[in-house]
Design a protein around this ligand. Structure first.
Ligand code: SF4
Ligand code: SF4
Length: 441
């Protein structure tokens, strides 16, 4: 694509980066076929190619964002299916991240929207605040019907609907410390305890630590780590996202200096995609660029790490049919497609892949709160495809997808690591019946 940026504009490294990306796009439109919002809404401006044109126009003219571009960029899920499809290697992720930051700096949203977004950015990345908010949400439940009738309050209704009726107590594993591996030492890793996931389902990291230590891997929960920053990054809140990134880079650098790390284990693929991008996000910060690149290189999804470990034979062989839902951040963001399925198969599960596996379930960070209608359409389409597999359990590697799919599916939706932990001798995942797992014990 031809671009017309001035030399002065290109002196801004963010613009220069976006210009490089724009020039790679050849307008072929292949990406439209796999874009969930184009497939759902049928509007070129809700396709990757349409959004790329809108972003190009905004950046080239150096103008503030307007309502039109905000509407279409807000509808983008950042699912990155377009990047998997694009034959020209267009880095849509970095382009849309830049566009979102530009929108945040130049566009004044309506008051209620601003308040909703500010509240999400204030609450979601902090487990203590999030825990309190989930408890508070119970009181607001009776008002869901009323909020749904008022367009500006639909995100609040969506939030109340998604809030679970109860949450488990905080896990002691979320506290800083070292969990020694059993037997011969096979590695030393740090684990991201995370934010929303540690509140909604602390058993995910418990299963991870339990399985890793049983396999001989020492697991460190470093002092000072926090939210990865993805949630606010996707809202264009660059300063907040970069502050989170720096905090984690510091925490993990200390852990590296104190005893070395073979990997930084991440159990939510949405976080994994962002942490693997820390090197890019902090490239212009001389104090952090190198450390951030080192952290990104060490970041591994738990299935990526386990696949390289050469696991022993599982102690249980269930034979249960499992539908594997590949989160967008897993398959498109990190290009991890094979390992989770192979690990589940090796552990004795019969893995089935739903049709249209490339399409997002509509969770996408805060998308199911901020765009509840499109999100619900994508969720229902996903659940229909999953149910058509005849699976007894759904496995996936991202807490957002678990919450989203479980809100409409009839079968339990669990994190992949919980099924693996069980197959290798751990406890039965909560919500999964004994009958569905005992087939070939
Ligand atoms: S990130 Fe997803 S929703 Fe956004 S343009 Fe690409 S394919 Fe479409
Ligand atoms: S597939 Fe790639 S090159 Fe083709 S229009 Fe989409 S982004 Fe541009």
């Amino acid at each position: 694509m031809q671009t017309n940026f001035s030399a002065a504009q290109l002196a801004d490294p963010h613009v220069a980066e976006s210009e490089k990306i724009l020039r790679k796009c050849v307008h072929c439109g292949f990406c439209t076929a796999t874009c969930p919002t184009y497939v759902t809404l049928g509007n070129e401006l809700d396709s990757p190619r349409g959004r790329i044109y809108l972003i190009k126009d905004m950046l080239e003219k150096g103008r503030p964002a307007d309502k039109e571009i905000v509407t279409h960029i807000d509808r983008c899920l950042s699912c990155l299916a377009c990047m998997t499809t694009c034959p020209s290697g267009v880095n849509y992720m970095h382009l849309v991240d830049h566009a979102r930051a530009h929108i945040e700096q130049t566009y004044k949203r309506p008051l209620l929207e601003r308040l909703t977004r500010a509240m999400l950015a204030f609450v979601l990345p902090y487990p203590g605040r999030f825990r309190a908010a989930v408890k508070l949400a119970r009181l607001g439940r009776p008002l869901i019907g009323l909020f749904e009738k008022l367009p500006a309050l639909k995100p609040v209704a969506a939030m109340l609907k998604l809030a679970p009726s109860s949450i488990p107590p905080a896990s002691p594993l979320a506290s800083p410390g070292v969990h020694a591996g059993q037997g011969t030492k096979r590695g030393r890793v740090a684990i991201l305890t995370g934010c929303a996931q540690s509140v909604l389902d602390p058993a995910i990291n418990e299963a991870t630590v339990s399985l890793l230590t049983r396999l001989g891997v020492e697991v460190v929960v470093p002092e000072g780590e926090g939210c990865c920053g993805a949630l606010v990054h996707h809202m264009g809140r660059e300063d907040q996202a970069l502050a989170s990134a720096r905090q984690n880079v510091d925490a993990w650098t200390r852990a590296i200096d104190q005893g070395g790390l073979d990997a930084i284990i991440i159990t939510a693929s949405g976080c994994g995609t962002t942490i693997k991008d820390y090197g890019f996000m902090l490239r212009l910060d001389p104090a952090y660029a190198e450390k951030a690149a080192r952290v990104s290189a060490l970041a591994k999804d738990i299935t990526e790490y386990l696949a390289a470990l050469d696991l022993p034979e599982p102690v249980r062989k269930p034979g249960t049919i499992v539908a594997y839902h590949s989160a967008c951040s897993m398959q498109h963001g990190q290009k991890i497609t094979r390992q989770p399925k192979e690990l589940l198969t090796k552990a004795g599960f019969v893995v089935r892949e739903p049709r249209e596996g490339h399409l997002c379930c509509g969770s996408a960070g805060t998308y199911n709160i901020l765009q509840p209608e499109i999100s619900a359409r994508l969720r229902d389409r996903k659940v229909k495809n999953i149910e058509a597999t005849g699976a007894e359990i759904v496995a996936t590697g991202n807490i957002g997808c678990i919450t989203q799919i479980a809100s409409a599916a009839k079968v339990p939706v669990v994190h992949t690591i919980k099924l693996l932990d069980w197959a290798y001798g751990g406890p039965r995942p909560e919500g999964v019946s004994e009958e569905s797992l005992v087939a070939a014990e």
